[in-house]
Each structure stands twice: as structure tokens, then as C-alpha cells.
Design a protein around this ligand. Structure first.
Ligand code: ATP
Length: 234
């Protein structure tokens, strides 16, 4: 469904993404693993239209996303939860969620999307009037995911959802990601926590300095001695 072909991205003279080709099928969870600076966030930001590629293509069900504006990419069905969450601290939980639904034209669609998100995240329903900046770290991550789901994406891009969270919360967030996927949303997941990521993903890509060096079923990557040594701390 989401297909990236021979993508090259530069920051000035820095060649951050060097010919990456990957795909995410309609019902898949796919993970990108790799050390700091490997280019994972850059790939997500480029898919979202926040960064322009030098060359290569990004398509969703055959529709070219490569030169689209970020809001058009959201409307096309691809939505990103950025690293560090980036919720609006001075707005309430409800207002944050409403902003996530701004691409839905019909008020009834926005209401329905809100109801679905609140069903998934009862903690957010209890805190609708609370300022987002006063939420705990885990709740903020839930809000960031909920806000992305408001746009009813077909593909959800997640950048380091476990960052800074306690182990139990990481577990909860990953369970939520799995549920979201089971209800029909494809997921492209960038994670430092390769163990958790490969635990829920069907397939993975290993990136090193902007290149895909290995791709396989997640289970095979978990069993791969080199991956275990480099990314699973063994
Ligand atoms: P991390 O896990 O540390 O976030 P990453 O795999 O997501 O790493 P990127 O953030 O995509 O890696 O960075 C890829 C390369 O591009 C790095 O060498 C980084 O220094 C460089 N880079 C990223 N953002 C910028 C920027 N705004 N300006 C210049 N160089 C950048």
C-alpha cells in the first residue's frame, strides 16, 4: 500500500537517506530499526511531506505523495505521530483531538472519530478539559496517538512512541498499537526499543547510515545474531 522507492534525502551536504526502498502492506506493522542518525526519523518526515526528498518516490495505493503538501498527505491517509509527542500543552485534551480531525470536512465525521478515539483511550475521556501540558508522559503519548487517529489514517507513522516512558507504559502503548493495527490501520514504526518493536511487527528493515542493510520477517530479525548483537544488546 505504502511504497517508497529509491529515496534520497539531503540536509545541505549531508546525505541522510541513501536510496531507501521499502513497503508497508495494508494490514502490516513494519518497523525501522537502526542506531542514532541512521535516517529513520528523516524517512518518516519525508513520507509526511515535512522534508523534501532529492529523488525517489513515495506512493500510497499508487497515488504519488512525493510532492504533496503535508495536509494533503494526511487527507490521502497517512498520519504521523512525531517523536517527542508535540502535543499543544496550552490547549485542552479535547482541543488537541479536535485539531487532529481538522482534515475531516463533515462535523458528523469529526464527532464519530472523536468517539472512536475516546473509546480507545478512556483516560483521555476522563481528562477532556485538562490542559495537555499537565498530562503524564504516557497520557501525552496516548493523546498524540489519539490526535493522529482523529484523521482516520490508513497508514500510521510512529516515531519512537516508547521514548521516555516507564516499562509498564511502553507495554501499554505497544498493546494499543497492536490493537489499532488489528482494526485495519497499517503501521510504520520507528523505535530505539528494537526488542519491543520486533515483538509486534510482522517485518522489519535495519538501517545503517541512510541505507537498508537488512530486511526480513521480524521473527527472523529477532533471531539474527548480528541484529541481536547490534540492536538487542546481546
Ligand atoms: P535518531 O534515532 O537519533 O533520531 P534517526 O535514525 O532518526 O536517529 P535522523 O534523525 O533521520 O536519524 O538523522 C539522519 C541524519 O541526518 C543524521 O546524520 C542527522 O545528524 C542528520 N540530520 C537530521 N536532521 C537534520 C537537520 N535538520 N539538519 C541537518 N542534519 C540533520
Amino acid at each position: 500500500m505504502l511504497r517508497i522507492n529509491d529515496l534520497h534525502v539531503y540536509y545541505g551536504a549531508i546525505h541522510a537517506v541513501r536510496g531507501v526502498t521499502l513497503e508497508v502492506g495494508p494490514s502490516e506493522i513494519v518497523t525501522l530499526i537502526g542506531s542514532n542518525g541512521a535516517g529513520k526519523s528523516t524517512i518518516l518526515r519525508t513520507i509526511s511531506g515535512l522534508q523534501r526528498p532529492r529523488s525517489g518516490s513515495i506512493t500510497l495505493n499508487g497515488t504519488e505523495l512525493t510532492r504533496m503538501e503535508p495536509d494533503a498527505i494526511v487527507r490521502a491517509g497517512v498520519c504521523q505521530v512525531p517523536e517527542g509527542r508535540h502535543i499543544f500543552a496550552n490547549l485542552t485534551v479535547r482541543e488537541n483531538l479536535e485539531l487532529g480531525g481538522y482534515t475531516l470536512a463533515r462535523p458528523s465525521d469529526r464527532q464519530e472519530a472523536m468517539e472512536r478515539v475516546l473509546e480507545r483511550f478512556p483516560r483521555l475521556r476522563e481528562r477532556l478539559k485538562q490542559y495537555a501540558g499537565t498530562l503524564s508522559g504516557g497520557e501525552q503519548q496516548m493523546l498524540a496517538i489519539g490526535r493522529a487517529l482523529m484523521a482516520r489514517p490508513r497508514v500510521l507513522l510512529l516515531d519512537e512512541p516508547s521514548l521516555g516512558l516507564a516499562p509498564q507504559l511502553v507495554h501499554d502503548i505497544f498493546a494499543i498499537i497492536r490493537e489499532i493495527n488489528q482494526q485495519g490501520t497499517a503501521v510504520l514504526l520507528v523505535e530505539q526499543n528494537a526488542h519491543m518493536a520486533l515483538g509486534i511487527a510482522g517485518r522489519g528493515y535495519v538501517l545503517e547510515t541512510g541505507r537498508v542493510v537488512l530486511t526480513d520477517a521480524a521473527q527472523n530479525l529477532l533471531n539474527n545474531p548480528e541484529v541481536r548483537r547490534a540492536y538487542l544488546g546481546e
